[in-house]
Each structure stands twice: as C-alpha cells, then as structure tokens.
Design a protein around this ligand. Structure first.
Ligand code: SF4
Length: 126
C-alpha cells in the first residue's frame, strides 16, 4: 500500500500577483504578494496577520447571486426597487458598515443617507 504525501501531490503553477493592495484596516498596504491556486489565495507575503486572514477568506468564486430579496435570488434591478421602497418608508434609516468599501462607494453611501434623512455609521464604532 502506498500513501500519498503532500510532496507526491501533482504540482501546478500558482498565479502570483505583485504589489497587491490590502484594504482591510485602512493602512492600505500596497506591497503584498499574493499566490493564488485558481480562485483561492494560498500565500500572502508581507501581509500582517489581519491582512492574511482577510485575503485568504476571499476568493474570485461567484458564491452568491447578484441580489437576494427575502432570501430568494433576484435581479439587480428588482433589488434596487425593493431597497428604494424600504428606504422611502423608513424613519431615519441607518446606513452602516462601509469597511472594505471604496472611497467612491462611501461617498455614495453618505449621499444616500442624506437623501433619505438617515444617519451613517461605520463598523469602527464597535
Ligand atoms: S496588511 Fe495588515 S496593516 Fe496592511 S492594510 Fe492589510 S490589515 Fe492593514
């Protein structure tokens, strides 16, 4: 009987990305070297432990549909309509989160909060 060991496993090339940017904590380190085995990142050179965890738990796989309404897959346009209706009926909605979010998206979120008379907060208040 033979037993396969990791060194016996078939080898294939990893995709290497130089100078990747980590957007997890706000320091925005831009010198990360990522090694990916198809969609999964397996190595994160120069990332701190938080960045490593963040990168390794993100993949390029499509895990979810474009949108969900009441837990059911929906089109993007349907989801926007439902979201607009919820925000229109809400009394002081909270726009919350925004970590791992681009500056452009944060700007839009602030604009949306002002438009609907809501308030805005980020995860850092935790
Ligand atoms: S690598 Fe670490 S310090 Fe750099 S942005 Fe990511 S989480 Fe922040």
């Amino acid at each position: 009987m033979t037993t396969a060991t990791p060194s016996d496993a078939p080898k294939h090339e990893l995709t290497v990305v130089h100078h990747a940017t980590c957007t997890f904590c706000g320091c925005v380190c831009d010198d990360i070297e990522l090694h990916a085995d198809h969609e999964r990142i397996v190595e994160t050179k120069r990332a701190c432990i938080l960045g490593e965890a963040w990168f390794k738990h993100h993949t390029a796989e499509r895990l979810y549909p474009d949108a969900l309404i009441d837990g059911q897959p929906a089109s993007y346009d349907e989801a926007v309509e439902v979201a607009a209706e919820i925000l229109y009926r809400a009394h002081m909605p909270l726009v919350y989160g925004l970590s791992n979010t681009t500056c452009e998206a944060q700007r839009e979120a602030v604009w949306l909060a002002e438009l609907v008379g809501g308030v805005i907060d980020s995860h850092t208040s935790l």
